[in-house]
Design a protein around this ligand. Sequence first.
Ligand SMILES: Nc1ncnc2c1ncn2[C@@H]1O[C@H](COP(=O)(O)OP(=O)(O)OP(=O)(O)O)[C@@H](O)[C@H]1O
Length: 343
Amino acid sequence: MGFLGFGTDIGIDLGTASVLVYIKGKGVVLKEPSVVATDNTKRKVLAVGEEARQMIGRTPGNIIATRPLRDGVISDYDVTERMLRHFIKKARGNSVSLLRPRVIICIPCEATEVEKRAVKDAALSAGAGKVYLIEEPVAAAIGAGLDISKASGSMIVDIGGGTTDVAVLSLGGMVVRSSIKIAGDKFDEAIIRYIRKKHNIMIGERTAEELKINIGTAYPRSEEVTMDIRGRDLVTGLPKNITVSSEEMREALEETTSAIVDCVHSVLEHTPPELSADIINKGIIMTGGGSLLYGLDLLIQSRTHVTTTVAKDSICCVAYGTGEALENLDKFAEMLSLIDDNK
Ligand SMILES: Nc1ncnc2c1ncn2[C@@H]1O[C@H](COP(=O)(O)OP(=O)(O)OP(=O)(O)O)[C@@H](O)[C@H]1O
């Protein structure tokens, strides 16, 4: 069956940290933080995406900038729906079609039925016609260019903002998988805790993320790098500048990065031997923004003894994979779950 939406079909990577929207025939048309600013007194949405992100930690009492998805799942249904509606509308621009678009949404691999339903309902009320769900590791693998339709094992470690999904795929399905709620956000929280404990300085989420991206380290660097940051001195209550080193970041992140390695390890332990052999040949592929943390690939490689590489354009792999599934719905039908009781 052909597409009825005439180019309006949409793929969405609904992430904890960012939302990427893919339009059939056009590619990724939108990539914005999953943040919504609302006026609490009037229950009104003031800004969505990048504009709202700028407001985090800087809002007066009545305005709150929230991330409606936490730990990879919808924590605020109402706000998620409004955010989806905003992004779908923005991505479609002026394209006029009376037909409601078919939408493929990517969800974490261990999402519960309740969570799946919440995502589906949000998309439907945001204007979708039919909603298909694709599991994140499957989309990530397709987006990273792996041919998962063959009888050969591939391992994907997708580290996003809220969740790390680890899966071994073969013949289009997941043979072994595990998902933990430890990813980019937990790295930031660990940095905040470390700086507070070690330097007696309170820093915000954005500063912590900047530290992580600029000098964050999971594996010793050959040359140490440093960064100057500003926070609030917990003793005097005044702003204070300090210099933080990459080695301090490694210490701060040790526990969280180890949890990810343990997860990879346990999936490998539960992998049937034939597929393990394939993985040793092909190596482990990392996707998602969290995989860009310096040295995380080296840490996984050193602990598992399996070659580990970060996929090209790792932040976009899930969106690309979702897009590819959208372009070839027939081919990928078996890997998608169609929510078939659409109203
Ligand atoms: N260069 C970088 N180094 C380290 N971390 C990074 C880098 N760039 C982005 N990140 C982190 O990647 C995370 C976002 O990744 P991504 O966009 O893949 O997540 P998501 O798909 O929104 O989340 P999830 O899959 O958990 O729902 C954030 O925590 C962000 O801070």
